[in-house]
Design a protein around this ligand. Sequence first.
Ligand code: ACM
Ligand code: ZN
Length: 546
Amino acid sequence: MKGKLMSGIIVVTAMCSCTGNQAEADFGKVIPLPERMEMTGEGEFTLGRGVPVVFDGDDPDMARNAGFLKDYLKSDIGLEPVLRPDGRGDNAIVLEQDTLMAEEEYRITVGEDGIVIAGGSPKGVFYGIQTLRKSVPAQEGKSRGVIFPFGEVSAAPRFAYRGMHSDVVRHWFPVSYMKKYIDLMAFHGMNTLHWHLSDDQGWRIEIKRYPELTEKGSYRDGTMVGRDTSVFDGVPVSGYFTQDEIREVVKYAADRYITVIPEIDVPGHMMAALHCYPQLGCTGGPYEVSKIWGVMPDILCAGNEEAFDFLEGVFNEICSMFPSEYIHIGGDEAPRVRWEACPKCQARIRAEGLEDDAESSAEAKLQSYFMTRVEDFLRSKGRSVIGWDEILEGGVSQSATIMSWRGVDGGLEAARRGHDVIMTPCQYMYFDYYQTDDFENEPMAMTGYVPLEKVYGFEPMLPEMTPEERSHILGVQANLWAEYISTPEHAFYMALPRMAALSEVQWLQPEQKDWGSFEERLQTFVKFYDRDGYSYHPLAESAGLD
Ligand code: ACM
Ligand code: ZN
């Protein structure tokens, strides 16, 4: 027996001997680490080939959970569980809900009669199932059974919002990739996918009222070679999701307790839309779907009513595809140079009485007017909006949630002003940045350096935040922009193993985080990535700060 002190609770890991090709479960190796672990140190339960999975068959969510558990035990370990929707079975894995627990909390109890996975809701049970499967080492391969030491482990996530972002604009990725990405998120206990679907370099979601968005706007005839050059590769990039495909992805995610939040970025990052409908820009165009990266001066015209009609048409269909409470409306990197010179925008500024003051220009206030109109429309449809931290500049209604990306200051300011906040600061949470400082020997990435340890060390609650301000921090997300990422293999290489570090930021209380323990657990954890065919960054180089 060996013991270790964790959060004031004695954690005892039974030293089971390995018999034949039976695997040994170890909850102490899981990422994210369960919050509480109390192993009795005596006794063990062996999960055998035909283990019954007992659940309430009248509850479709629990039935789906049972199906997932069966699939995992079969594909991960080679067992052949038997589903028992009648709620009966001995030496079983029992799935049950416990109304005294928090919604996302889980508890796994191993004893003589088998294993009970309890959750505050089917979602909590699902996280218990994920922890159970991650407690069985991947390298054991197909085994005759798994030995679980008697005891109890339980956890509840620190943050309600645990996100990953996916950019399918700069490069196109199909439904099959989105499903693998969602599987990975579920495996890491995440619950929100922020899906970036439109930008200067392409429009990637079918909108039936504006068919040209995908007929013309999803295509560009090349991409800048390297960084900041005027050389183009001439290789077309195209692709978009039909509405049926979007619904398929949203359902696939929902089945795994992941909410998909779509982003249609306005008023900037709109070159693909402007290419199709040039009358929506201040100059009238013509505009090209961008082949370069960066910030474009041409954005939607805030003085043109047709631009608002267009957005209402787009967001109407977005709402029909995405049931999420939140819709992301962007708001980042929108230069106001065209608005300064545009008679329509200036007329709007006068009509709305917007004036420069010490804090904001009239054009910054015009952006606030713009975002508020979009927000009002979405609110009339029962939705709330998220915007990047720039939307604070001209003032924005307090009901908007702020995504702090240029650092943590936007998040702090937003919380001070009473906004809810999602922390995704580029210095810690941009997974398109390099993972090592050996830039020469890495595939080209966005110029920034976010090693694994830095991700792990991120603390979204700033020391200067009051309890009231802290209550506005909904959670943490990492972003995977795809300017320099054109294949699924490369995307997973950039995301992993940083998603593992992020999952502990999202789940663990700060006093439970321990870089040394994480690094050690990661050595075995990455074997899951190998097993499931995910590429990832080699650990030796990725660990450690300068
Ligand atoms: C962003 O990275 N422009 C939000
Ligand atoms: Zn204009």
